[in-house]
Ligand binder design. Sequence first.
Ligand code: PLP
Length: 397
Amino acid sequence: MLKLNQRMVDLGTQRSVIRELFEYGKIQAEKVGAENVFDFSIGNPSVPAPDCVNETAIRIIQETDPILLHGYTSAQGDAAARQMIADSLNRRFSVNLSADNFYITCGAAAALCCCLNGLANPGDEFIVFAPYFPEYKVFIEGAGAKMRLIPADTDAFQIDFEAFESAINEHTKGVIVNSPNNPSGAVYSEETVKKLSRILKEKSEAYGSVIYLIADEPYREIAFEGVEVPYLPKYYDNTLVCYSWSKSLSLPGERLGYVTVPDEVEDHELVFAAIAGAGRSLGYVCAPALFQRVCALCADDTSDISVYETNRNILTKGLREMGYSVVEPGGTFYIFPRTIIDDDIAFCERAKLDYNLLIVPGTGFGCPGHTRISFCVPTERIERSLDVFEKLAKSYR
Ligand code: PLP
C-alpha cells in the first residue's frame, strides 16, 4: 500500500474556499456571462505594475552579461540588490539598514516560512490575531510549531490585548502581525503598536527568552490617504519583517520579497543564519535573479493604487447605507463587513447561489459573522454590485 505523508496529501487535495469560489466563478461566467458574475473572491492586484518594472526588466536583459543575468545569485540574494533595498528603506523610514540585513525570498510566503522554520523548535507556539491569513496555520504547522489564535477585536480590528496577554506563555516563540491586514483592511495604529511592543518586551523578560515579532507586510504600500503604517522595527527590537512586491508592484507571479533582520535583533547574525538555513533546508536556493534586480531598482515605486481607494470609498459608503456594519479599511484591497445574519457561511452561500456574488466567509479567517470582499476589480463592477448587495441584505428582512 502507498504510504505518503498524509498531511501533505490533505494539503494537496483540499482546495481553499477562495479557490473553490474562484473556480465556480469561471464556470458561472460561461453560463450567465462574465458581466453578471461579481467575483470578489481572490486578492490578485487589478492594476498593472508601474512602468518602471518593465522598463527596468528590459534594460537589465539588454545590458547584463547573459550568464550573470540568468545565473544563481548568492542564497541571500544579489548583494547590490540588497543594498538598494536597504537604501530605499533608510530613505523612507529613517532607519540604518545595510545589505547584510536582508534575505531575499520568493515572496512573503517564503519569507514567513524561512522565519518560522528558522525559529521554531518542537513545542513552540506562534500567536496569530483573527482575522488572519489562513496560510499562517499551514506555515506554522509546517515548521513543526503550534498556532495560537487570538479572537478578533471586531469593533476596530486592532488587538484584543487582554486575550493576547493571557495567551502568552513559556512556549511562545513569536507573534505574527499583518498590517495593513488581509482580510479586514485594518492598519494598526501607533497606539496599538506601542502597546504590543511593551507587552512583548515585558513578557520576553518575564520568561527569559525572546518573543519575536514577525511583521507580514505585503500590503505596507497599499495604505490610503492620511493613514500611516508604523514601521515596526522602530518600536520593537526583535522584529523580523517579511515583505513582498506581490501587491505593491502588482507582481504576485514573479515571486519576490525578503526578510529583514535588523542589527537590533538579539544575536542578529545567528537569527539571520537560522533563516538562511531554513531557506536552504526548504530548497529555496535563491529568489528569481532578474526580478531581484528589477524590484530593487523599483523599490521606491508603487502601482497606482487610486482605484483601490476609490473602490474602498464606494463600498464603505454603499454598504453602510444598506445597513451593513463595516470598519473602514485603512489599506489593502479588502473590506470585511459583518454579514446580515450570524451564519456567514449560509450568507455567502446565498450570495453565490442566488446572486452570483462571490464573497468569502469570515469563518476561514477565524472571524465568523463576517465576509471578505476583495475589491481589486474595476470600479464599474463595484458600482454595479451595490444593487446586488442591497438585494442580498433585503432578502433577510
Ligand atoms: N501574507 C498575506 C497577508 C497575504 O495576503 C499574502 C498573499 O495574498 C501573502 C502573505 C503571500 O504573499 P506572496 O505572494 O508575497 O507570497
